[in-house]
Design a protein around this ligand. Structure first.
Ligand SMILES: [Zn+2]
Length: 487
């Protein structure tokens, strides 16, 4: 049995009966709601505000009608009609803005006994488990960064926003904008610039709020997609290969996925509009941050306001050596088959997906470039990319990404900023979300310990507030036990 934190009892003492709300959570959501009064005070809590500033000790954070009303010096208070949570020993940080948070899973059913993908690779939609895992892990806003069941994602977003289902706020990305070949069988294949424009307009009309270009798109198609999206105020990101980072920046792309792992500009034999054999490995290996090429690239990205999304967790297992660390709760969330795949790939180095001869070198090089990009004024975003070998799990992966940013050399509060405020800035929503400030939405993560000193405390999530409603992280996790990998 899990320990019940001390402040739960404080809640019983101080909270009055929950008053009925006009459009409160449905019966699907209610079992996960721990706090739903209009007024909430978090007392004596450590505040990590998401701006990169040092943590503030012993604060009271007052929430009212879904917003943060004030942050003030810690004090014992007992206002009427208010839930008071006594949070000595706890920290509060902004809800994570997960910028590469898919709603599908890839390692099952596609892996054969050699650990290779069977063709055609089909990814499985995780509409039930993923949103719960994201919210449980502290994610209050997420971008799907490529959809396979776009209508399901749009309907899921609608139902979450209506309080019918638990989950974060969702920026639904349209179907992948892919060229003539694709990695998995559910991607559309663009045939021309005109087709790219029509595809973007069609899905924008149906409510998607972002797009992602993929590995075999041509420059003409990408340009047409970007222009059509920008006309509607929608941003475009890319996991590219056929188009280099520099080319994409000059075409007006808004964001590039996977750090500096998939830039192909120095790859041998790179032909325009065609993905290279090396898929960016050669370029990463030959572009240390102090090189002229790296400086020129970073300069171009910053000048064109192109963000970079760091997705370190999806590359971590390639290094082996017990990475990533095993978390029991993540294991518990997975189906038996998903767990089997996880251990199979982990234990058998030869079966691991990496084609890189020294994965550790690539990992460190990417980290160095991400640091250099931020140092030059670039906007770095964070997301785990829960695909890979089945060891990157929604929510848990978002936390792992923050830990790996610290390993990359960012301070804990900087890493938290990258995963919260920076995402909000990119989405143009930083006046509402992304940091803990009076007037902003009450999207907050309550966790035990002090992640500003020990980043692994980011895993100790207790309550996740979204629009002022407090969700019980453990209960969300319990509801998906053994389900991730199934649906
Ligand atoms: Zn991805």
């Amino acid at each position: 049995m899990r320990h019940m934190p001390v402040w739960v009892f404080a809640l019983f003492i101080f909270s009055l009966p929950i008053t009925a709300q006009v459009s409160g959570p449905s019966k699907e959501v209610l079992p996960f709601v721990r706090v739903s009064t209009a007024k909430v005070v978090l007392t004596h809590v450590r505040v990590i505000d998401g701006t990169g500033s040092a943590a503030l000790e012993d604060q009271n954070v007052v929430l009212e009608n879904g917003k943060i009303r004030v942050i003030e010096r810690g004090a014992d208070v007992a206002p009427p009609d208010t839930t008071v949570l006594s949070l000595r020993g706890y920290a509060v940080m902004p809800g994570i803005v997960g910028m590469h948070d898919h709603l599908f899973y890839i390692a099952r059913p596609n892996l054969n006994s050699q650990g290779k993908f069977e063709q055609p690779v089909l990814v499985t939609q995780m509409t039930f488990s993923a949103p719960r895992l994201y919210l449980a892990g502290g994610v209050t806003t997420m971008r799907t960064t490529g959809s396979v069941e776009t209508y399901a994602d749009l309907n899921l977003k609608r139902d979450i926003d209506a309080g019918k289902l638990p989950g974060p706020h969702i920026d639904v990305t349209g179907p992948y904008l892919e060229g003539s070949e694709s990695y998995f069988v559910q991607m559309p294949h663009l045939t021309s610039a005109e087709d790219a424009r029509k595809t973007v307009e069609y899905w924008a009309d149906r409510g998607v709020t972002s797009f992602k270009a993929y590995m075999n798109i041509t420059r003409d198609e990408l340009k047409a997609a970007i222009d059509a999206a920008h006309k509607r105020g929608i941003k475009v990101t890319g996991h590219l290969c056929s188009v280099t980072y520099k080319e994409a920046a000059e075409l007006g792309i808004d964001d590039l996925e996977h750090g500096f792992f998939v830039n192909t500009q120095l790859d041998p034999g790179k032909k325009p509009d065609v993905c290279s054999e090396s898929q960016g490995d050669y370029t990463l290996e030959h572009m240390p941050p102090e090189s002229a090429e790296a400086k020129d690239l970073i300069d171009t990205l910053v000048k064109h306001h192109v963000a970079i999304t760091s997705t370190l967790p999806v590359f971590e297992n390639e290094m082996g050596g017990g990475r990533p660390p095993i978390r029991q709760q993540a294991m518990d969330a997975m189906t038996p088959q998903a767990r089997e795949v996880f251990f199979f790939l982990r234990e058998r180095a030869a079966a691991r997906a990496s084609h890189r001869k020294d994965p550790g070198l690539f990992f460190r090089r990417d980290m160095e470039l991400e640091r250099a990009f931020v140092a030059a004024g670039g906007l770095l975003l964070a997301g785990p990319d829960p695909t890979g070998a089945g060891d990157v799990i929604p929510g848990f992966g978002d936390q792992r990404e923050i830990e790996l940013l610290v390993e990359a050399g960012f301070s804990p509060v900087e890493a938290i900023k990258i995963a919260t405020l920076n995402g909000a800035v990119y989405l143009g929503r930083d006046s509402e979300i992304g940091s803990i400030a009076a007037g902003k939405n009450a999207d907050l993560v309550v966790l035990k310990g002090d992640p500003s000193k020990q980043i692994s405390d980011i895993e100790n999530v207790e309550i996740v507030f979204k629009d002022g409603v407090g969700y019980d992280s453990q209960k969300l996790l319990e509801s998906v036990k053994g389900r991730y990998g199934e649906y």
